[in-house]
Design a protein around this ligand. Structure first.
Ligand SMILES: *Cc1c(COP(=O)(O)O)cnc(C)c1O
Length: 549
């Protein structure tokens, strides 16, 4: 996409001389159905189509060189001409953005979206509802509650009468819509903390009295959250905000399948009991961000139940597996969770900024309830009463639309296809000596690495030393960076410590995430061939460097 192609149409703003008639100009910005809006929509729609149909993943402009276009910190005194501003927006910002919807952009959890969410996002902005309270979001409050009820039913599958009773009952909270998985995890653990250290007849509870007083009252030395070493870093944020500190987040090692070690979990829980430590929650992961590994949720649920502790499942990535007859069984035990995080902007294929936490007990969220006189009134249906966020957009409109327009069977296809194509990629990697598969994929995330030719025979014999692995790590880092810079295809990278090379040895892995429904087998082959090509050049230049030194 060149700047020429992105040339916006000229706009008829000449009615007002922006430099002299500022009052008339500002008023014109708020008028309905102006000619300018139509023209701008037309131009943006063309730019979007261009952007969406690109197959390359990014231009080769580096971040450092782009930075120079973004250092001016002065707010213009006079409004800029619209076409002048749009030219900058298209040419500099949009043009060099990442094509997350490209079928060859298969390295992150962000991919293509169904077409209908784009016009719906426009509708959300046009209506500009504020879902914090019913007075600014009358029907969208009900609409959101209905969507949450559907998601609750997907996870917990309670009776029809349960949903009839709670779905629109102001006193019940089947779930909370958030801006993403991070806020959802924080909200869940906030509920867990306030519940376990709640009010009694003699004590006002942690919500009123704070953590120090609560631990003292309940005779605990400290409080912790327990999960695997692969917990998302949003749990670090939660531990920090909830006042238990980084040391309050206990990370238990994961096995070679990236699952929490159950025996260590049992021992840790027992030790917490012995040492007077309050367990706020035990966390199970349904699809780790790194590798897609799924904890043994059923076993963790039983451990949590025996310890009478809140069980939270972070299914931000893997939750939609529940739509699939074939793969839902991997999440067995999730219905025993007190709270479940699912991201809408990941495998529900909804726009960025949509997550949710679902709550088994419709009254759990009462422990975080707040009120204000001008809003969030007692007994009202104001959603802001029981949510971390205040003013927020009606993004759940897209959730409701997605559930209705894609449906259970549609989501099942999306899930099954992703897993199937990931298996295809794994098989392709296994049959190419240039690559090494680092773990069997559990769902649609794949960890592998490139093996430069001089290490292939040693690797086949299982005789790589730590020094060899360090060198291969460095090589894969460079490979991933070059591939990203060239911008024809994209794979992310991570560091994994749970491979066949033994626990604790840090291996740099290339990480594929296959979620884009438009990604085909031949796209996958192209991405891998691109990597082989780049790696060959890299190997050659490294050889040259060595012989020169
Ligand atoms: C993505 C993710 C999160 C965080 O969600 P955001 O929407 O990025 O805030 C938490 N946990 C897991 C397992 C994730 O994959």
């Amino acid at each position: 996409m060149s700047v020429e192609q992105t040339e916006p149409q000229s706009f008829n703003l000449s009615e007002f001389d922006v430099s002299t008639d500022i009052k008339a100009y500002v008023h014109s910005l708020f008028s309905v159905s102006v000619h300018e809006e139509k023209a701008m929509e037309q131009s943006i729609s063309e730019i979007s189509q261009d952007f969406l149909s690109a197959r390359y993943t990014s231009t080769n402009a580096g971040l450092t060189s782009l930075t120079s276009s973004f250092i001016d910190s002065q707010i213009p005194l006079k409004p800029l001409e619209l076409d002048h501003y749009l030219k900058f927006l298209y040419g500099t910002v949009v043009n060099h953005s990442n094509h997350t919807s490209s079928p060859r952009f298969i390295g992150h959890m962000t991919s293509a979206l169904p077409y209908f969410v784009r016009p719906l996002a426009k509708l959300i902005v046009a209506m500009n509802q504020n879902v914090v309270k019913t007075e600014t979001a009358k029907t969208l409050t009900l609409h959101e509650r209905q969507a949450l009820g559907m998601m609750h039913r997907l996870v917990y599958g309670f009776s029809e009468s349960f949903y009839q009773q709670h779905i629109q009952e102001n006193g019940s909270t089947l779930g909370i819509v958030t801006s993403g998985g991070t806020s959802a995890n924080i909200s869940a653990l906030w509920c867990a903390r306030n519940s376990v250290l709640g009010a009694t007849e003699e004590f006002a509870g942690v919500e009123k009295s704070g953590l120090a007083a609560a631990l003292k009252f309940y005779d605990y030395d400290r409080a912790v959250i327990i999960g695997s070493s692969l917990m998302h870093y949003s749990f670090d944020k939660a531990a920090d905000l909830l006042g238990i500190g980084a040391q309050g987040l206990i990370r238990i090692p994961a096995d070679h399948q990236n699952r929490i070690e159950l025996q260590t979990l049992r021992q840790t829980v027992a030790e917490c009991r012995r040492r007077n430590i309050c367990i706020i929650a035990i966390v199970g992961i349904a699809g780790t961000t790194d590798s897609g590994g799924i904890d043994s949720l059923k076993e963790i649920a039983d451990i949590a139940q025996a310890a009478n502790t809140h069980f939270h499942v972070d299914a931000a990535w893997g939750g939609p597996l529940l739509f699939s007859k074939q793969h839902a069984k991997k999440l067995v035990g999730i219905a025993q969770a007190d709270s479940v995080t699912i991201d809408g902007h990941k495998q529900l294929y909804l726009p960025m900024g949509l997550g949710m936490v679902l709550l088994q007990n419709p009254h759990l969220a009462n422990v975080i309830q707040k009120r204000a006189t001008y809003t969030a009134r007692d007994g009202s249906g104001d959603l802001g009463r029981r949510s971390l966020e205040g003013s927020r957009p009606a993004s759940a409109l897209c959730l409701h639309a997605g559930l209705n327009l894609i449906g259970v069977e549609g989501y099942e296809v999306l899930v099954d296809e992703g897993v199937r194509k990931t298996q295809y990629m794994a098989n392709h990697i296994l049959s190419h000596p240039e690559f090494e598969l680092l773990a069997e994929p559990e769902m649609n995330i794949l960890l592998y690495r490139y093996l430069p030719s001089r290490w292939r025979s040693l690797a086949a014999l299982g005789k790589l030393t730590q020094a060899d692995n360090n060198a291969i790590n460095l090589f894969n880092q460079q490979l991933q960076k070059f591939q990203r810079q060239i911008g024809q295809t994209f794979i992310s990278r991570t560091v994994t410590k749970t491979t066949a090379y033994g626990k604790g040895l840090a291996i740099t892995a290339l990480r594929a995430v296959i979620a884009n429904p438009c990604t085909t087998e031949s796209d996958i082959e192209d991405v891998l061939n691109d990597q082989i090509q780049i790696a060959l050049e890299l190997e050659q230049s490294l050889l040259k460097e060595q012989s020169a030194s």
